[in-house]
Structures are given as structure tokens and as C-alpha cells.
Design a binder for this molecule. Structure first.
Ligand SMILES: [Zn+2]
Length: 562
């Protein structure tokens, strides 16, 4: 009775006393009746009393004191996996947690030592299971994070490239996000209830292991690209995969008049409204050539002739409060590559250098340590205006001379070829065709453009020590692999030679520049998909400038203010 009460009350002092008393009794009984067989019964009872008291005492000690497991420790992660998948072997755990088997056995020893898990032998293999005490420790230590945080992490896992075109389970999500099953279950259920996730109900698997997939008609994003004569839009699913496209021409503008922002907002509004009848849309991402600040105001866009256009506010008003993000075109490509591209999976710090489709403008987007770097005013990455030719350079549209954009841009190539050949009305395609036909002036013009670009890239590399630079541009000069044109080869070779010669000796000295600088020719609708990905990326709340958007989308999902 005394023991039962003490256990229930978790009365440590009494449990201590009981254990000590039982031990003393056991000693006395053993000593007095050392040679009697009849004592075995009493002896057994006393021993079990000592054991019960001992384990009750162990369990009642503060768990953080006895377990002392850090949330991020291997042992804690291993305990989490064992709790949802009992019966895994060391080898299986090693694959699940991406840890070496020796680390698994070390973490396992810690878990056994503090009584949180145990091994059982099945045949020749040891399989792990959690003890009641382990379950208790887990539920206490896996503090339940705020609902918004659970959803943000959940989206982070869902949106990444990890589940593209495939099924996954609740367990996969728990493992990827490190969120407890207790917090994950209701979050997943809510997404299922909302139709965002679909559960595979065939088969008799336990709920935690039921296959889930993302519903392509829910949680969609719209990406738009505002150009001088048209607005192009793409509807994507939650993985930035293209589902549908639309296009609206804009009223024609003369060479000096500006693009009418009201017409732009109207065109985007119409397209989104049409899609909204069929799809659930989380928000709209818009990309603009020019300087866009963190509030989505277009501070300056030379091609649209815009200055201080409150594009995000205008769009949100037109779309009835649907979240909108507006971002610079090069930043859009950088975020797209970071979250959904192959290079983004390899590198944490890189730049996307973008040459506009007709070769007239140059910008860059910087991903530093896994985050877009926007700078103080959102104007970071304007490498087009590096002075690469301090004297005798061409006039740039920013008003100064010798900027990278002016020296590398198509106009500079056109001027050189015209001077030598007298040909007028040349395009980038004409020049690259001439280069393919071995026309010396055209080859030289491309070589010079590449050299200046290499100089610009060396500035970027010397400042930021990047892992790599992706060069996104017209296929005439940025094609890769099999269909590489003569011009692309000349362009890349001169970039690499110049960059290598200007790089600080210890920076990437041993690696060839071809490995660091990669060509990424434009594919159709890349920019629009990129814009959609910026909206999707905003949900995860990783980018500081997008937290407001993240909160408003998550509030919609969770039903709680995030
Ligand atoms: Zn300039």
C-alpha cells in the first residue's frame, strides 16, 4: 500500500525510504535464514519490492535530469523514429536518419543507459523499441511548437524538391521536419480536410504510414511576368510545376511613353479570376525588370518607364486581398534555382547572373548561405553597372560610362559589327550567325563581351567567394552541351579566361572556371515559373522580407493567426 501510494504521488522521499528498508530487510532475512530453502519465497518478494521501488524511483525523477537529451542530438532524433517505427534495426535507422551505423549504436547506448529504449533480438538482428519511460520523455521534451511554425515547416518539406511527383507518409514529414507526431498529426489532418493533401485509403496500413500526395488543384500559385507589350502568366502546383498558362497583350505604347500600370493590374486580375474558378490559389508572384523594394514597390524600372509604382498594393486590392509578392527578375531566377533547381540542391551560396532575352540588360540575384540577399534597399546584385572599362567606355542607360551592361550588351556588339561591315538593323541572332560563319568582327565582338562579363564575375567572386555562378541568358550565347553554338563557346571561354586571371589566387585557384560558371539558357516561361516559386517560397517564412506574406497565407491554412 505504502509503495503504491508513493508511486502514484511520485513521492521520492518515501520511495527512497521503501527501497532502503526493503534492502535492509532482504539482508537481514538472508543472513538469518542463510541455509533454509523456505526463504526463497520471501526472498523473491523482497527482491521484486526492491525492483519496483527502484524503477518507480527512476521514473519519478525529473526527466530532463535523467535523460538530458538535447532536441537536436542524434539520440533524441533516434528516439523519435523508434517511437513511430518500432522494430527498426541499426542498419535501417542509419539509412532513415542518414547517420553512420557507429553513430546509431553510440546513440542507442545512451538511450539504453537512461532507460528510454531497448533492443530485442529477432533472429540474429537487434531491433529497437521505446520503453514507457521513453514515451514519457519524448512527449515532455518534444514541446509542441506554435501551429504556424508546424505549418511553415510542413510547407518547407512539401514544397521542396523532395516530394516532386511522389507519394510520402506522415512519418516522412515527421522525420524531415523534426516535429513530434503529436503536433504533426492534426496539421496533416487539417491539410487533408482542406483538400490540400490527399490520403491513399486503399490497403490496411496504419494512418501514420498511409501514403499522402499533394492535390494539384489546391495550393496553386500564379507567376506573372510584366513585359513592355504583354503580361504572361503561369499557374503552377505547389512544386512550381506548370499547370496552365495565359497571356494578355497590353495597349501599345510608343517608344517614350510608359506602360500603364492600371492596364497591367487589370490584365493580371482577369487571368487570376479565371483560374480561381477552378483552382485554389495561394497567391501571386510578379517579376519586374528593375529595382523592387521589400514592400513590393517598383522603385525604378527602365523598360516599363516606371518609378515608384505600388504594384503589390494595387494587385492585392484588385485581387481582394490575395497575397502578392513582387520581385526583381534576377532575384526571381535565383530563388527558383535555390528552391527547385538542381544547382540550388548543390550550392548554398551562388549567384544567378542574368542577361535579358534580347541581350540589352544584365542583373544578378544572390543566394548567400541559403537566403536571397536583397541588400539594404532591395537593390543588391546590380552588377550590370560595375565599371568594367573606366576610360573610353560606352554610355550606359544609367547615365554613366563603361558599365558592364553597356560594354557586354547587344548594342555594343551591334555597333562593332556595323562599323566593320556596314550592316544595319542587326540583332543578337544576326551577330551569332555571323560568328558561326567565322566572320572575324562578330567573333571579336562576342569575345570582348565575354571578357567584360568575366571581369564583372571576378568582382562578384572576389567579394563574395561564391560556390558558383549560373549564367542565364539567350540561347545564342548561353547554350550548353550538345547544341552549344560557336558563339556560346567563344563567350564562355572568354568569360572564364578573364575571370580566372582576375581572381584572388587562393579563391578557387585549383578549379577550372568552367566548373564554377555554368550556362543556363532561357527556357520558355522560366521567369513566370520563377515568379510563382517566389510566392511559394514566401510561405515558408525563410526570407525575412516575406514574413508578412507567410503569415497571411499560413493564417488561411491553420485557421489561427500565425
Ligand atoms: Zn550603368
Amino acid at each position: 500500500m505504502l509503495l503504491t501510494d508513493a508511486c502514484i504521488d511520485r513521492d521520492q522521499a518515501n520511495l527512497d525510504r521503501i527501497r532502503a528498508g526493503a534492502q535492509r530487510l532482504l539482508g537481514q532475512v538472508s543472513a538469518i535464514l542463510a541455509n533454509g530453502d523456505k526463504v526463497s519465497q520471501i526472498d523473491g518478494r523482497l527482491r521484486s519490492l526492491v525492483d519496483t521501488a527502484h524503477w518507480a524511483l527512476e521514473r519519478s525523477l525529473p526527466t530532463d535530469f535523467t535523460a538530458g537529451l538535447d532536441h537536436t542530438s542524434h539520440a533524441f532524433r533516434m528516439l523519435g523514429v523508434i517511437s513511430i517505427r518500432p522494430g527498426e534495426s541499426n542498419q535501417e535507422l542509419s539509412a532513415l536518419l542518414k547517420l553512420h551505423e557507429s553513430e546509431i549504436s553510440r546513440a542507442g547506448r545512451r538511450l539504453i543507459y537512461v532507460g528510454l529504449a531497448q533492443k530485442r533480438k529477432f533472429g540474429r538482428i537487434n531491433r529497437w523499441e521505446i520503453t514507457p519511460r521513453g514515451t514519457e520523455v519524448l512527449s515532455r521534451q518534444q514541446s509542441t511548437p506554435p501551429v504556424g511554425e508546424v505549418f511553415a515547416k510542413l510547407f518547407d518539406a512539401l514544397l521542396g524538391r523532395r516530394f516532386v511527383d511522389s507519394q510520402f507518409s506522415e512519418e516522412d514529414l515527421i522525420r524531415l521536419t523534426n516535429i513530434s507526431a503529436a503536433a504533426m498529426r492534426p496539421a496533416v489532418q487539417r491539410l487533408v480536410d482542406m483538400g490540400y493533401l490527399e490520403r491513399e485509403t486503399r490497403g490496411t496500413t496504419a494512418p501514420g504510414r498511409q501514403a499522402l500526395r499533394v492535390n494539384q488543384r489546391r495550393g496553386c500559385a500564379v507567376g506573372v511576368s510584366v513585359l513592355r507589350h504583354e503580361v504572361r502568366a503561369v499557374l503552377t502546383d505547389a512544386h512550381a510545376h506548370q499547370v496552365d498558362t495565359k497571356l494578355r497583350p497590353l495597349p501599345t505604347v510608343g517608344t517614350t511613353t510608359r506602360v500603364d500600370e492600371i492596364a497591367v493590374v487589370g490584365a493580371i486580375g482577369e487571368m487570376v479570376d479565371e483560374w480561381r474558378r477552378e483552382f485554389q490559389i495561394l497567391g501571386v508572384g510578379a517579376e519586374i525588370a528593375g529595382h523592387v523594394d521589400e514592400h513590393g514597390t517598383v522603385r525604378l524600372s527602365p523598360p516599363l518607364r516606371w518609378r515608384d509604382v505600388f504594384l503589390r498594393t494595387l494587385l492585392e486590392e484588385r485581387l481582394g486581398g490575395l497575397p502578392v509578392v513582387v520581385e526583381n527578375d534576377a532575384n526571381v531566377l535565383a530563388i527558383y534555382e535555390h528552391r527547385f533547381g538542381e544547382a540550388g540542391g548543390r550550392m548554398r551560396s551562388f549567384a544567378v547572373v542574368m542577361i535579358t532575352p534580347r541581350g540589352e540588360g544584365i542583373g544578378s540575384g544572390l543566394i548567400l548561405n541559403g537566403e536571397l540577399y536583397r541588400g539594404n534597399e532591395g537593390g543588391a546584385g546590380e552588377i550590370g553597372h560595375y565599371t568594367v572599362r573606366p576610360t573610353g567606355g560606352r554610355k550606359c542607360r544609367c547615365g554613366r560610362n563603361g558599365c558592364l551592361e553597356a560594354e557586354t550588351g547587344v548594342e555594343s556588339m551591334v555597333a562593332k559589327v556595323r562599323r566593320a561591315t556596314g550592316k544595319r538593323g542587326l540583332t543578337l541572332k544576326d551577330i551569332t550567325d555571323l560568328a558561326t560563319a567565322d566572320e572575324a568582327t562578330a567573333v571579336n565582338a562576342i569575345e570582348y563581351a565575354g571578357t567584360m562579363m568575366g571581369r564583372g564575375i571576378s568582382f562578384l567572386m572576389n567579394t563574395l567567394d561564391l560556390e558558383g555562378v549560373l549564367l542565364s541568358g539567350p540561347p545564342e550565347i548561353c547554350s550548353t552541351g550538345q547544341d552549344r553554338t560557336r558563339s556560346s563557346k567563344v563567350f564562355l571561354d572568354s568569360i572564364c579566361n578573364e575571370a580566372q586571371s582576375r581572381l584572388y589566387p587562393t579563391l578557387r585557384g585549383a578549379v577550372s572556371m568552367e566548373k564554377i560558371i555554368e550556362m543556363m539558357p532561357f527556357k520558355d516561361l522560366d521567369r513566370e515559373r520563377g515568379a510563382a516559386s517566389v510566392l511559394l517560397d514566401a510561405i515558408t517564412g525563410h526570407q525575412a522580407a516575406r514574413q508578412e506574406t507567410s503569415r497571411s497565407i499560413l493564417t488561411e491554412f491553420t485557421g489561427h493567426p500565425a
